[in-house]
Design a protein around this ligand. Sequence first.
Ligand code: FES
Length: 143
Amino acid sequence: MDEKKEFTPSIIYGLCSWCGTGGSETAGAMHLQYAENIRPFRVPCTGAIDPVYILRALIEGADGFAVSGCHPGDCHFDSGNYRARRRTAVLKSLLDTFGLDSERVWLRWVGHGEGKRFADTVNEFNDHIKEMGGNPLAKRRDT
Ligand code: FES
């Protein structure tokens, strides 16, 4: 039995209230299938997701953390998504510096009507994390 295929990652998914959530609702309205093991949460804007939350989730055992919100130029708070992009880049660089897996964090824009893009993002990220395997920080914590 392939252990990686049986592995069900724990994935946290932050969605902005506007486009990110809208994309997930459109995916639902289109009856698109996507991995069930994501734990979505909603924030007013991706710019409100503090990188400390992401780091904490990884330390607490999440296998992956994805963020989706409005495309550049479409943020309902003007530039929150640009802030999210800058913060995510800094966080990923820090994770790399400390030898952690920066690829456990994804940021991908999803528009309100982009249900397929939302479902594809969930499935691609889930497959990607499955390929990476479980979060070594979580394993270390549990021993
Ligand atoms: Fe969607 Fe800012 S409101 S990213």
